[in-house]
Design a protein around this ligand. Structure first.
Ligand SMILES: NC(=O)c1ccc[n+]([C@@H]2O[C@H](COP(=O)([O-])OP(=O)(O)OC[C@H]3O[C@@H](n4cnc5c(N)ncnc54)[C@H](O)[C@@H]3O)[C@@H](O)[C@H]2O)c1
Length: 467
């Protein structure tokens, strides 16, 4: 694997614009399609879901991503972006096809690749010229090689389909920004011509990491597993901080200030969620299992995350005495602030746990659409708080950070605030009469008083027995 720094020799300043087909108009596909059109390519984006397609065809955008609606409408207006419901008309002379369909987890931890295989078959059957298929979906190593065999079986005689891996690393809520200014672009392909074609699709100054296909596929799994390990490590430190009565945010800032560590993802909270981290950690573990290469670190991150997720409900129960019949307002249903995506979100998981033990739950989220069966949905945070015995904040949305504690106290029945996101101002909420619980903020519940030899020695000072 080699890293090529952006240089005029490695990545041409103005690579040729291409005719591109993007299959799947979700967070990854729609972002890629709109950004590639913005970069000058002619893009046809295929979306199988009729309701998503209907929104796109009327100039709307079915997901929340800052800057995406503007790029989509510019692309449509400039004639560089269009949408199709099926692959065959979607190919429309394309020389490269990006596969961006979902690869959701199965109970075994392995991803379900059936949508991807279906999409590749559709492309192969409809191909009328040689094509390069680029897998942007997250897939286990070996998938691109397998897809190439599937394509060879399905393609018309004389048509050659080569499959490359170029996993996507965008963050939801910053998808456009990340696509247009990536930390790196990873391209896995066996031949130079394909690498050049795929790398040339991206913004010209992008640093390119070139590898073989298995390596490229593994980069994505390994990167997400590493991020999950960081989150779980932060929660492990937070647990120690609760027991010690010290502040995890400060401790972790001290840890992350070391450039070898970095501050990102070192934030205590209710566990990681979303459509990627839990799925990709499970996929990484399943991969290790199938290869006979154990992955105990990833398993520990997963276990720690489960503790973080259930820990909020457990500690809330301690704070309230019992959860049955208690009214709890859960603020934050998306998996993080700034997105509408509720897939595998800690907030939703919490609602399920609370309702499972008989609590009455009201919910609010600034961006996420209502989720069927997940509590009583309020249209404002203030409305969710009315009559609640406790409020739990699960994401660091700005709106939650600026909640007025006096207003909250006036409408709530109880005075318990559980700040799992670390955004509430402890002093003003306490002044408004709340007992504020958090993660790694020095637990008011007090897990255990510290009985730790060095502190004992310090406390007894000169009375430490000699010898
Ligand atoms: N969401 C992220 O932040 C993110 C980031 C990096 C990588 N990924 C990976 O990218 C992949 C896609 O993720 P996503 O979040 O965009 O998924 P998504 O579910 O939001 O979008 C997938 C879209 O593909 C469409 N689709 C499925 N089969 C199709 C077909 N045959 N023809 C046309 N459309 C089809 C679906 O209707 C859906 O709209 C996954 O493998 C995911 O792990 C996601």
């Amino acid at each position: 694997m080699t890293t090529t720094p952006p240089s005029p020799a490695a990545v041409p300043a103005a690579p040729p614009t291409r005719r591109v087909c993007v299959v799947g108009a979700g967070y990854v596909g729609l972002t890629a399609a709109a950004c590639l059109a913005h970069l000058g390519h002619r893009v046809r984006c295929v979306e199988a879901d009729p309701s998503r397609l209907a929104v796109l065809r009327t100039g709307g955008v079915p997901i929340h991503e800052p800057g995406l609606a503007e790029l989509v409408s510019q692309g449509l207006a400039g004639g560089r972006l269009s949408f199709a419901s099926e692959v065959a008309p979607g190919l429309d002379g394309a020389e490269v096809v990006l596969l961006c369909v979902g690869t959701p987890p199965q109970p075994s931890g392995e991803p379900d690749l059936s949508s991807l295989a279906r999409a590749a078959r559709q492309v192969a059957r409809a191909a009328t010229r040689d094509l390069v298929l680029v897998v942007k979906s997250t897939v286990p190593p070996g998938s691109c090689e397998a897809l190439e065999l599937v394509c060879a079986d399905e393609a018309p005689p004389g048509v050659r389909l080569r499959v490359a891996s170029s996993p996507e690393f965008l963050r939801e809520s910053r998808a456009v920004e990340d696509f247009l200014a990536p930390d790196r672009v990873v391209v896995g392909a066996e031949d130079d011509e394909v690498v050049e074609l795929v790398a040339g699709l991206y913004p010209p100054a992008s640093p390119v990491v070139r590898c073989d296909r298995r390596g490229a596929e593994l980069v994505k799994y390994a990167a997400n597993t590493f991020l999950a390990v960081k989150v779980s490590f932060a929660n492990e430190v937070a647990r120690l901080c609760d027991a010690l009565g010290t502040d995890a945010a400060t401790v972790l800032a001290g840890v992350g200030a070391d450039h070898r560590v970095g501050p990102a993802f070192l934030r205590p909270g209710p566990g990681y969620g979303g459509s990627c981290l839990p799925k990709d950690v499970a996929g990484f573990i399943a991969l290790g299992g199938s290869l006979g290469a154990p992955t105990p670190l990833a398993t520990a991150a997963q276990d720690q995350n489960e503790m973080a997720r259930t820990g909020v409900a457990t500690r809330l129960e301690l704070a309230l005495g019992s959860l049955a019949g208690r009214r709890v307002a859960v603020l934050g249903l998306a998996f993080k602030a700034g997105t509408d995506d509720t897939r595998d979100a800690p907030g939703l998981h919490l609602v399920e746990l609370l309702e499972g033990v008989g609590a009455e739950v009201s919910t609010y989220d600034p961006l996420a659409a209502p989720v069927r069966g997940a509590g009583r949905r309020a249209s404002t945070a203030a409305e969710a708080l009315v009559g609640a015995d406790a409020v739990v904040v699960t994401t660091p949305a700005e709106e939650f950070a600026s909640l007025d504690p006096r207003g909250a106290a006036a409408v709530m029945e109880g005075a318990v605030a559980f700040d799992a996101a670390g955004v509430l101002d402890l002093a003003s909420w306490t002044a408004a009469g709340f007992t504020v619980y958090g993660i790694g903020r020095g637990a008011p519940l007090g897990f255990h008083p510290v009985v730790w030899p060095p502190l004992q020695w310090t406390n007894v000072g000169a009375t430490v027995p000699a010898g």
